[in-house]
Design a protein around this ligand. Structure first.
Ligand code: CTP
Ligand code: A1H0Z
Length: 233
């Protein structure tokens, strides 16, 4: 089976003083989350599309899905305290509702990257059917500088530097085994799901993202996203 998992369990604290987690804010005529779900419903190879949201936003999430989406593959799942706990809540849902087979894979995506393209989804599906873990990246445009205590400690070669996006796609059994192999300190330090696999010694393949597939994190990002949507329509 090929699953999609949309990670919508965050609080959006960097968005500042807004009335709801950023994934539920309107982008033009509908919530950011709905734009993202729509892109996944266009892909017929997904057997199920899980939307993992905060526990106290389940009924709101169900309401907006009912309003905007007619695809019966979409299911709402309760997320966790951090992003990887949310990811694993979705995996537990798959285990409980469908069972996990040897060749099952999942394409996971941030709810707040609504400009994902069908090309990126397709490349992730193709890559994850041949590899255990896949990351979507764009080449670093700025030079990346490593620093500590107000001092430069390293300036890595830029052509080897990328910025991580999502989707991040996994062979599900490998993801579970890799996650279970981590210590609780390692789990707490992760800001990225592919790192689960790389810390566990798994190879992670790269798929080309798009600058357009940016994450809406701050009020500035929301203004850029709104301008892009308005220009398109
Ligand atoms: N417990 C969490 C935390 C984050 N996410 C999701 O992971 C994606 C990317 O994370 P980020 O931009 O960091 O979202 P937030 O954690 O909501 O934002 P912030 O860090 O500003 O609070 C978002 O779609 C967010 O909903 C999640 O599913 N579960
Ligand atoms: O570190 P942040 O909380 O901004 O983001 C966490 C994740 O969303 C991030 O790991 C993916 O978007 C891809 O790197």
């Amino acid at each position: 089976m090929i699953y999609a998992q949309i990670l919508a369990g965050g609080k959006g604290t960097r968005m500042g003083n807004v009335p709801m987690p950023k994934q539920f804010l309107l982008l033009a005529d509908k919530p950011i989350l709905i734009h993202t779900i729509e892109k996944f419903t266009l892909e017929s190879r997904f057997d199920a599309i899980l939307v993992v949201c905060p526990a106290d936003w389940v009924s709101h999430t169900e309401d907006i899905i009912k309003k905007y989406i007619t695809d019966e593959r979409v299911h709402v799942v309760v997320g966790g305290a951090d992003r990887n706990e949310t990811l694993m809540s979705g995996i537990n849902y798959i285990q409980d509702h469908y069972g996990i087979q040897d060749d099952d894979v999942v394409v996971t995506h941030d709810a707040v990257r609504p400009f994902i393209t069908q090309r990126i989804i397709n490349d992730n599906i193709i890559a994850v059917l041949e590899n255990k873990a896949v990351d979507t990246v764009v080449p670093a445009i700025d030079t990346i500088v490593r620093g500590a205590n107000d001092q430069v400690t390293d300036i890595p070669v830029r052509s080897e530097m990328y910025q991580g996006q999502t989707p991040q796609s996994f062979h599900i059994k490998t993801l579970i085994d890799s996650y279970n192999a981590l210590s609780s300190e390692q789990k707490a330090s992760l800001s990225d799901s592919c790192k689960i696999c790389s810390l566990a010694g798994q190879k992670v393949s790269l798929v080309r993202g798009e600058n357009y597939n940016f994450k809406i994190t701050t009020p500035f990002d929301l203004r850029v996203a709104s301008a892009l949507v308005e220009k398109r329509s």
